[in-house]
Design a protein around this ligand. Sequence first.
Ligand SMILES: O=C(O)CCC(=O)C(=O)O
Ligand SMILES: [Fe+2]
Length: 271
Amino acid sequence: MSTSAIPHRTFELSDAITTEQRAFFEAHGYLHFPGFVSAEQVESLRAALAQVDAKLVAEKRERINGTPLRYGHDLDGRKMVHRFAFTSQLSDELHAFIHGARFDAIKTLIQDGRIGDREKDGLVVNHYVNGEGSNYRQLGWHTDGLRDIFLHRRRPEPMLNVGVYLDDSPREIGGLRLIPGSHQQGLFKMMFGKVYFLDNRPDPREICLEAKAGDLTIHDGRLWHRVARSPLTGEASRRRVMYVPIINGPFEPKNENSPMPIYHRLSRFAG
Ligand SMILES: O=C(O)CCC(=O)C(=O)O
Ligand SMILES: [Fe+2]
């Protein structure tokens, strides 16, 4: 069976990951759990994010722990952050949320998994909006694990990228496209299978991960994925998703003196 024959499907999250969920994740490299947080909590997380945004804009912060922030302008012309990093270090609420017991089951998908909010790029938040002043409407093909290769490791360590959706993300909004099973491609294809960030073309094997505000998704760090540009404009195109890495291995926290990772030079082409 070719990977393109696999339909997008969802699961229910309880206290533990089931055998079926684990098998699906191992085979296809992603999982989707609708309704992880309530509508009220989505509101509260959006408000916490808006506070961090205002603070960063006011302080004109360019980087956090070496990772560049991406700025643009919102629909009302106000300066905004399109891509945040280490967001949980700037918000007690976001910090408490990602360290809550609700993530315990998810951590068990890898051995000794931990929330990596002080490592890699920490809690990343992507805030896309398709308007005149926007500087971030799509993100080309990439794997998240390439970061490890650039961080002087020979091979990427296990990494789950766990997404929490703060807006509905139907196909009409662009949204996440991924190639199921591509996490098993081997290192060579992971490095050279596509041109990182510059290639935005649809792939016949891709599926669209359609999610709603409050849903949780997981993708393997080796999986090829992209974010398609929304054909909509204005408020209808707004899409906020938080991603926290779950990792294992040696603890490697970043700090304000950490250098800018090389892969960020590549991702600047996204837009
Ligand atoms: O916005 C998304 O859903 C995915 C973003 C992404 O792939 C990334 O930030 O590495
Ligand atoms: Fe990604």
